[in-house]
Design a protein around this ligand. Structure first.
Ligand code: AQP
Length: 340
């Protein structure tokens, strides 16, 4: 199956983790796959969002896709809420998935904390909507960061259970027994999980209260350099091989970022910097990060200044996505037994 789907939530400022773990890796897939890249605004409201801020962040994510090199004419860039079938299929999946599956999700446990009775029902059902996003297009592969692995396994479980629960109806309607594909996650490269610059055991995240913990895609050169130079590290010099990064979370993270920004391996980076101290490595990393991110940020700002054009791109993408989505939903309605 040649179709790729992935989404990013417009739930705050995009950061280097979103870029290296996801967006940067979306770009080369365009040469070999039919790609749908989605701004998942319905996922974002599982935690309350200010409406104006949601609109701003939605345009920022769309701008990041385009600025990073995604071609919205050759592929599809859209926001989730404009294709109503996402919500419709998510409801069917809410009735296929089990509450116990949702309760086991580590992202839910992290975000709900001790207060799990008082978070939105949407936050619990989040993976069911994510399964709908992917399976609506029968996407074969999903490029994501490592933190999404568990959700993708749940997508596979939901596909499998739907295919089983409705096996007779799927056959009676003349469809392939594997009606929904068993999607493959694409989690690879040196930067599948970028960690916070302040704490090598926490992932870099939009919702971390410390701005110094992350590099935002719209940070200027000065801010990027300062944040990297202030990043927490141990006092040891860089090792000569990747084995030497074991047990050194912060060092491993910065080397991984350097590797991902140059499309190299961590070992390639260590071959260049073995024995160097942070006083040498951090400025080199800061220069590299600025060199890669500044042109993207410039293009993002240009696009964000023209919201009408971005909105037109999203509308056009949504129209094309809707055609694919409705095809699947016509089949699903028949399979489930909804009269139409
Ligand atoms: N630190 C990270 N390293 C690598 N990849 C990451 N991703 C997120 N953080 C990292 C990947 O970015 C894509 C979009 O993520 P999302 O918008 O769906 O939200 P998230 O995973 O919940 O990301 P955040 O930024 O950490 O948001 P909050 O703070 O709201 O939870 C996904 O492919 C994700 O893997």
């Amino acid at each position: 199956n040649n179709r790729v789907f992935s989404g990013i939530q417009p739930s705050g400022d995009l950061h280097l983790g979103n870029y290296l773990g996801a967006i940067r890796r979306f770009v080369p897939l365009q040469d070999s796959h039919e790609c749908l890249y989605c701004v998942v605004d319905m996922h974002a409201i599982t935690v309350w969002q200010d409406p104006d801020e949601l609109r701003r962040a939605t345009r920022e994510v769309a701008a990041a896709f385009i600025a990073a090199g995604i071609d919205p004419k050759a592929h599809i860039v859209f926001n989730q809420s404009q294709v109503v079938q996402h919500a419709e299929l998510a409801w069917v999946f809410n009735c296929v998935a089990r509450i116990g599956w949702m309760n086991r999700m580590t992202q839910f446990k992290d975000k709900a904390g001790k207060n799990s009775e008082n978070v939105s029902l949407g936050l619990l059902a989040y993976p069911s909507l994510m399964a709908a996003d992917i399976l609506l297009y029968k996407a074969g592969s999903v490029p994501v960061g490592d933190d999404q692995k568990q959700h993708l396994e749940l997508t596979r479980d939901i596909a499998q259970k739907f295919n089983n629960d409705y096996a007779a109806s799927i056959a009676a309607n003349g469809f392939d027994p594997e009606f929904f594909p068993i999607t493959e996650p694409l989690i690879a490269g040196p930067a599948t999980r970028i960690m916070s610059l302040r704490d090598g055991t926490k992932k870099m995240s939009k919702s971390d209260p410390s701005d110094a913990s992350r590099i935002s895609l719209l940070d200027d050169a000065d801010k990027i350099s300062k944040k990297i130079k202030k990043a927490t590290t141990d006092p040891e010099p860089l090792p000569s091989d990747v084995e030497g990064l074991k047990g050194r979370a912060e060092a491993d993270n910065l080397v991984g970022i350097y590797a991902a920004l140059t499309d190299a391996s961590k070992q390639d980076v260590l071959n260049q910097f073995a024995g160097a101290g942070w006083g040498t490595f951090k400025p080199a990393l800061a220069d590299l990060a600025v060199e890669v991110l500044a042109p993207i940020a410039d293009e993002m700002r240009r696009l964000i200044d023209d919201p009408q054009t971005i909105d037109a791109v999203l509308r056009d993408g949504a129209e094309r996505a809707s055609i694919l989505a409705e095809k699947t939903m016509l089949e699903v309605r028949d399979i489930v037994g909804f009269i139409r």
